[in-house]
Write a protein that binds this ligand. Structure first.
Ligand code: C5P
Length: 246
């Protein structure tokens, strides 16, 4: 997927962090087709199960499967075969799983999708979770700080065949400066001005994220806890649109 092919409705992915099928159905319904893709992550997958993929698809949404895989290459490769059969449009893996894990998974996703005559999912590599700051990283031995660590991991992931990377809005500009523009960047850690940060530490607004060079904004609580899902989605989309014009 080329960056300039993204439509406005592809640029905002709503994170469905719910634990019940009825809640998933209700949120899919409330969003009312204003975005092309919803994100199904660990909460949905371990509470509702893989059936959630069909639920989201029954509303016409594409699925970003936020599997956040990280294991030895052989194991992730096996998972990639099953994931290709689920046909998500995007799947996530941790860049920290390493070059071989990402490279082999990418090949398997492509081969298995081709066997089924499906488009292979885009592989997005999570760099450093947006809930971690330099203090957290330092205590885990990543003394380079988040900017250099994220850039390093992004470079490794792209070299290993990832189609895109995931980082906070605050690192996008430096990643674009250092690594270029020929890859997709998706950013969680998005908050509308005045919203609660929750557990996220490296956050910014939709407009700032797009101006920095983010292609896809992943937004959960700012939308789902807003009390007006549709209205908030519209606000974020117009913020994205304005930022793209600048
Ligand atoms: O509610 P909020 O907008 O913080 O949700 C962000 C979503 O993005 C969550 O589903 C979370 O799992 C996901 N995510 C993240 N940080 C990453 C990758 C994904 O917060 N690095």
């Amino acid at each position: 997927m080329k960056r300039n092919r993204l439509k406005l409705e592809d640029r905002l992915v709503i994170s469905m962090d719910v634990g019940k099928k009825s809640e998933l159905i209700s949120e899919c319904h409330k969003i009312g087709g204003l975005v092309s893709t919803v994100k199904l992550g660990l909460e949905v997958l371990y509470n509702i199960g893989l059936e959630a993929v069909d639920v989201a698809r029954s509303f016409g949404y594409r699925v970003m499967l936020d599997a956040k895989l990280m294991d030895i290459p052989n194991t992730v490769n096996g998972a990639a075969r099953g994931i290709a059969a689920l046909c998500p449009s995007i799947v996530t893996m941790h860049a920290l799983g390493g070059e071989n894990m990402l490279r082999q998974a990418k090949i398997t996703l492509k081969e298995e999708s081709q066997k089924r005559e499906n488009r292979p999912p885009l592989l997005f590599a999570v760099t450093i979770l947006t809930s971690l700051d330099d203090g957290d990283l330092g205590r885990m031995g990543f003394s380079a700080g988040h900017i250099d660590t994220v850039t390093l991991l992004a470079g490794i992931a792209l070299k290993s065949g990832a189609d895109g990377i995931i980082c906070s809005p605050n690192e996008v500009k430096i990643i674009r400066d250092r690594l270029g523009t020929d890859f997709l960047v998706a950013t969680p850690g998005i908050r509308l001005a005045g919203d609660d940060r929750g557990d996220q530490k490296r956050v910014n607004t939709p407009g700032e994220a797009v101006r920095a060079g983010s292609d896809i904004l992943i937004v959960g609580r700012s939308v789902t806890q807003s009390g007006d899902l549709k209205g908030t989605v519209e606000i974020i989309k117009s913020e994205i649109k304005d930022a793209l014009k600048q």
